[in-house]
Design a protein around this ligand. Structure first.
Ligand SMILES: *Cc1c(COP(=O)(O)O)cnc(C)c1O
Ligand code: SF4
Length: 331
C-alpha cells in the first residue's frame, strides 16, 4: 500500500450522520435519540462502515460512532478530564505518569471519532507535532529519569505521515537508554491500508523493540484485510497487542469477549487490556456497572487460556499504574 491510498481514503471519511445511515439502509427514524448536529462531530472511515451490518440500528460498530443525544446529558461523576491527563502533561506533548515510560501526544486527530473517547473534550491541537517539536524531542527525552520506553499516542499517531513518523522515531532512537517503542493506534483497524510498506519497513528496521497496540472492541472489527496488512510486522517479530474498552451494547457479553480474544489471536494479536470506561462527560450510557464487568472478566477467564484473557483495568488519576478492577473491588 502506498501513502496516497490511505490519505485519499481518509479524505473520504464519512462525517454526516444522514449519509452514514443511508449507506446502511437505515432511516433516521429507526435510530433512538439520534443527534444530527453533535458537538463532537461524527467521523468514520468507509472501511469501518463496510464491516457494519446493513439495516441493523443496534449494530455494535455503528454504536461506537453514531452521535446520540444521551451524550449531552450531564451525569454526576462523569467529567471532562477523568484520568488527570492535563495535570501530567509536560511541554512538547509528553505525558509522564508511569515509571520508565513516557507517552507522547503526537497529534489530536483520529480517523474515527469513538463516542466514548475522553479526547472529545481535549484541547489538543488537531495538527500533528511540527517539525520543530520533533527536532526538540531528543532533548526533551534526555530530561526524563529511568526512561526505557516511549509510547506514541494521540489522537492516533498513525495520522502522521510516514516521513514525519520516520523523523520522530529517529529522534527517539538517538536516546541510548530507550529500549522500546510502542504505538497505540486504531488506524490499522479502521483503515488497514495505513500499514504502508514504508511504515512497516521503518518499524522493522528500528534498533528499538517495537510493540503495536491496536484497539479492537468487537470481533467484527477484524477482517482479512487487517490480518494481511499486519503480516509483515508479524513476520518480523513485532509484538502485536490489543486494548479494548468494555462498552454497554457493544461487547458486554462473555460470548462476544471470548470471540474477540480468539479472533485477535487468529490474527497474531494478543489481548492486553480490557479497559473499564473512563468516566468522561457524554459517555455515561456506555458504562457497564463495575460488578457486571468483574463477572464478565471471570466468565472469560473460566473459558479461555490465560494468555487470551485480557486484564480488566481501570485508570485512576494519580495511581502509579492502570489498576486491576479486581483489586479495586477488594480494597
Ligand atoms: C496507559 C498509559 C501508559 C501505558 O501503561 P501500560 O500499563 O504500560 O500499558 C503510559 N503512560 C500513560 C500516560 C498512560 O496513560
Ligand atoms: S483516541 Fe482512540 S478511542 Fe479516541 S477517538 Fe481516537 S481512535 Fe477512538
Amino acid at each position: 500500500m502506498e501513502s496516497a491510498d490511505w490519505q485519499a481514503a481518509l479524505a473520504r471519511a464519512i462525517r454526516d450522520p444522514r449519509q452514514l445511515l443511508q449507506r446502511l439502509g437505515l432511516r433516521p427514524a429507526q435510530l433512538h435519540r439520534l443527534d444530527l448536529s453533535p458537538a463532537f462531530p461524527l467521523r468514520v472511515t468507509e472501511h469501518f462502515v463496510s464491516l457494519m451490518r446493513r439495516g441493523d440500528p443496534d449494530d455494535p460498530l455503528l454504536r461506537q460512532v453514531l452521535p446520540v443525544t444521551d451524550e449531552g446529558q450531564a451525569v454526576p461523576g462523569f467529567v471532562q478530564d477523568p484520568v488527570g491527563d492535563q495535570a501530567a502533561k509536560q511541554p512538547g506533548g509528553l505525558l509522564v505518569k508511569y515509571a520508565g515510560r513516557a507517552l507522547l501526544v503526537t497529534t489530536g486527530s483520529c480517523a474515527i471519532h469513538c463516542r466514548y473517547c475522553f479526547r472529545r473534550h481535549f484541547p489538543y491541537a488537531e495538527d500533528g507535532m511540527t517539525r520543530g517539536d520533533i527536532a526538540q524531542l531528543t532533548t526533551q527525552l534526555a530530561q526524563q529519569r529511568g526512561l526505557r520506553e516511549v509510547i506514541l499516542s494521540g489522537g492516533d499517531p498513525l495520522m502522521l505521515t510516514d516521513t514525519r513518523l520516520d523523523a520522530l522515531i529517529t529522534q527517539i532512537e538517538a536516546r541510548p537508554e530507550v529500549q522500546r517503542l510502542r504505538l497505540h493506534s486504531r488506524l490499522p483497524v479502521v483503515l488497514p491500508a495505513r500499514l504502508t510498506t514504508a511504515l512497516c519497513r521503518r518499524l522493522v528496521a528500528s534498533r528499538l523493540q517495537v510493540v503495536l497496540v491496536l484497539h479492537v472492541n468487537h470481533p467484527r472489527e477484524l477482517c482479512q484485510a487487517l490480518s494481511h496488512a499486519l503480516l509483515p510486522l508479524r513476520q518480523a517479530g513485532i509484538t502485536l497487542l490489543n486494548q479494548a474498552v468494555l462498552l454497554r451494547g457493544v461487547n458486554d457479553h462473555a460470548d462476544t469477549l471470548c470471540r474477540l480474544s480468539e479472533q485477535l489471536f487468529a490474527s497474531g494479536i494478543l489481548p492486553y487490556y480490557l479497559h473499564e470506561l473512563d468516566r468522561v462527560q457524554g459517555a455515561a450510557h456506555f458504562e457497564v456497572p463495575p460488578g457486571t464487568a468483574l463477572q464478565l472478566e471471570q466468565a472469560v477467564r473460566a473459558r479461555l487460556p490465560g494468555y487470551l484473557a485480557p486484564r480488566l483495568v481501570r485508570e485512576v488519576a494519580g495511581a502509579d499504574a492502570k489498576l486491576p478492577s479486581r483489586e479495586l473491588a477488594a480494597s
